[in-house]
Design a binder for this molecule. Structure first.
Ligand code: CA2
Length: 155
């Protein structure tokens, strides 16, 4: 909670800054800025705080997740991008802060190449949303706000 409001952190991993600009037949035409704007607007409608973070650097992602342990974050929505299939470090960071999270993918990774079918996050995620395009971010935020418990830990 921050300022008396449920607080959701949305994290996007590498190359998702190109969302809507490349491979629209796979990832759609909405840009990451569109997603951020829609997410913040939904937060206002739900009387919640939505923080938005994107990085191409794995260590910066770990640092942002660790920061969430003490900044009032109640739940995380993460699209790990390519790290989905490679990153034990980010899995460890999520488990280390003990913040419930939803794993999100714009595309349906289970209908794509075999190597995309494995995720280092799915077995620990509270929920997984795939294949809903940019709308998935709003579904995930709504779920965190309405279904995830408030966290009291601040230290
Ligand atoms: O479907 C998803 O959201 C993914 O997380 C996107 C990742 C790709 C992130 C890069 O996204 C781009 C978007 C537009 C243009 C280029 C890359 C991919 O490696 C995962 O398997 C599934």
């Amino acid at each position: 909670m921050r300022g008396g409001k449920k607080t959701v952190l949305v994290i996007n991993g590498p190359n998702l800054n190109l969302l809507g600009l490349r491979e629209p037949h796979i990832y759609g035409h909405e840009t990451l800025k569109d997603v951020e704007n829609n997410s913040v607007k939904l937060g206002q409608q739900l009387d919640a705080e939505v923080d938005f973070f994107q990085t191409n650097w794995e260590g910066a992602c770990v640092d942002r997740i660790q920061e969430a342990r003490t900044d009032g974050t109640d739940g995380i929505v993460i699209n790990p991008g390519g790290w989905t299939h490679t990153s034990v470090a980010i899995r460890d960071a999520l488990l280390g802060v003990s913040i419930p999270f939803i794993e999100l993918h714009v595309s349906n990774i289970h209908a794509r190449e075999e190597w995309r079918h494995h995720s280092y996050f799915s077995d620990k995620a509270k929920a997984i949303i795939v294949g809903c395009g940019a709308s998935g971010y709003e579904y995930a935020i709504d779920h965190v706000v309405k279904k995830f418990p408030e966290r009291s830990e601040r230290s």
